[in-house]
Structure formats: C-alpha cells, structure tokens
Design a protein around this ligand. Structure first.
Ligand SMILES: [Zn+2]
Length: 196
C-alpha cells in the first residue's frame, strides 16, 4: 500500500525518502503548482535546477533523466508524467518580498516560508534557498528572450513520479500564489504517494 500525504492548499508536506523509493506528486484539482525541493538529510547539499539544466542541456528532464544536486549527484529520476507539462526549473520559490512588491501584503503565505519552516522540523537550516523544481508550471522561453509563465495546464489527477537516487528529505509546497492567477482559480491541494 502506498503511503499517502495530503498537502492542503498554501501549505507544504514532506517525506524522508531512501534510495529506490518512488514518490508521486499529484495535482488533485488541476492547474496547481507544486514547488519541490530535495535536501540531503545533513542539509549540506540540495537539489539544483541550475546544475540539472547545465548537465542535461534542457529546461527540464525527460523521462529517465535526473534532477542533480549542487554537488553533481543525481537526486531524483523522473520515471513518469501524466501531465501535459511543461514544468519549470528556472525561478526561485515565491517569497514574502515578491508578494509585498505586488501589493499582496506583508503576511502572504509563500513557498519560501513553507520550505524553511518544513526543513526546520527535520532539523535542517539552509543558509540559502534553492531554485524550485516547479512541477506543472507553464513556463516557456520565447525566442525574444522573454520568460512567459501562463496558467498551469495540469488536469485533475495528473501526476509526476520521481525515484529517489539518494537518502533525501523531499519537500513539496502547494504554491500559494494567487497573484498571477486569474480568478476564480485559487490555490488547491496536492497529494503525495510514496512507494517503498
Ligand atoms: Zn510559490
């Protein structure tokens, strides 16, 4: 039986993974972003979208390719994806400054706070914030050099599956961004399924 973790909208969930474990990230209602991070349990290395892009020469792994750590070690291998994509490996998690600058106030939930608060519960304190593995993010690079981020195209029940390639703390934030989304789309819940 798969272990199930429900992540309420605007919050984060986490799970400790061992090498070979498989984790599914499921967009329950569709159109929701999942900001994912994989951290070594000692907090020394993290998933690194920039290292991954450089190694693969792509904006996101294909099935069978890996997300690398900042030490150049495979952390997660993409094994399945039912969503239409795309996904993003380009932008940092949303943070309190971004929301304040966009007029959303000083107390808006953010993937930044979700990440660091969740890691604290695992006894990990990072001195930096990794770029997100932004599942379901509808990010396109235009030939003009612009980065275009549109409404996520994921459908209800779409899932992305990773295999852990190391001992990891895996954190997923159900992105609380309601600034870029057109009403009535609001942040919704995610689910994790873990097979060991
Ligand atoms: Zn976010």
């Amino acid at each position: 039986m798969a272990e199930v973790i429900h992540i309420p909208a605007r919050h984060a969930g986490s799970v400790r993974l061992s090498k070979g474990d498989r984790v599914s990230i499921i967009d329950i209602a569709g159109h929701q972003g999942a900001d994912c991070f994989a951290i070594a349990p000692d907090g020394i290395s993290t998933s690194s979208p920039q290292e991954t892009r450089a190694r693969l020469g792509r904006l996101f792994p294909k099935i069978g390719q890996s997300i690398y750590s900042d030490a150049g070690v495979p952390f997660l291998t993409l094994t399945s994806d039912t969503s239409p994509g795309p996904h993003g490996l380009l932008v940092p998690p949303c943070d309190p400054t971004m929301y304040r600058l966009r007029g959303a106030g000083l107390a808006h939930d953010s993937c930044f706070d979700n990440l660091h608060r969740t890691l604290a519960r695992h006894g990990i304190r990072l001195g930096h914030t990794p770029i997100s593995i932004c599942l379901f993010q509808n990010l396109t690079l235009l030939q003009t050099g612009e980065v275009q981020i549109g409404l996520n195209q994921s459908r209800p029940g779409d899932r992305v599956v990773f295999r852990a390639e190391a001992e990891l703390v895996f954190v997923v934030s159900a992105c609380p961004n309601d600034v870029f989304k057109r009403p009535p789309l609001q942040p919704t819940d995610l689910m994790l399924e873990i097979e060991r």
